[in-house]
Each structure stands twice: as C-alpha cells, then as structure tokens.
Design a protein around this ligand. Structure first.
Ligand SMILES: [Ca+2]
Length: 88
C-alpha cells in the first residue's frame, strides 16, 4: 500500500497473516492506493483491530482508494485470512 494515489509515495508491505495494526503505527489514515499480491483476499479497516468500516480486495486486485471506493486515507488496520475467502 502507498500513501499516494497510483502506487506512489511512502510504501508499506504487510505480510502478517491475521489482523495487523501496523498501518496505524506507520501510516495511519494515509493509505491512498493498494495492491493485493496475497493469494487470498485482503481487508482494510477504518479502525485498529479490524474494526469499523472496511473494504475487501480480491487477490491480484489493485486500486486507488479514493473516488467510488470511498476509503481514501481511512485505513488503520488490515487482515489477511489464512484460507480462501471472497469479497462479499
Ligand atoms: Ca482510520
């Protein structure tokens, strides 16, 4: 994930399976674009500990979080499930 749109700016890579608050520690409320290289879905949450509003990115997906996605500069935590998952 990146602090700028179009995968620019400060970069953060999350490899932690399960819930992580590293976003809150490193770039809280600054994430503007994201790519999911993980084999399953990846989830971003508005608040720490996988709480609050959230978005789901399919494996292989990449997007800016502004515009219709409506999640620009909101992410504070993430979750990488340890099994196959689908975005609802
Ligand atoms: Ca937040």
């Amino acid at each position: 994930m990146w602090t700028g749109k179009d995968f620019k700016g400060q970069r953060l890579v999350i490899t932690h399976i399960g819930v992580s608050n590293v976003i809150a520690d490193v770039m809280n409320n600054e994430v503007s674009s994201v790519k999911n290289h993980y084999k399953f879905t990846a989830w971003l949450y508005e608040k720490r500990n996988a709480e609050g509003g959230n978005i789901c990115l399919q494996s292989g997906g990449q997007t800016n979080l502004g515009g219709s996605f409506g999640f620009n500069n909101e992410a504070s935590s993430s979750r990488l499930p340890d099994h196959a998952n689908t975005c609802i």
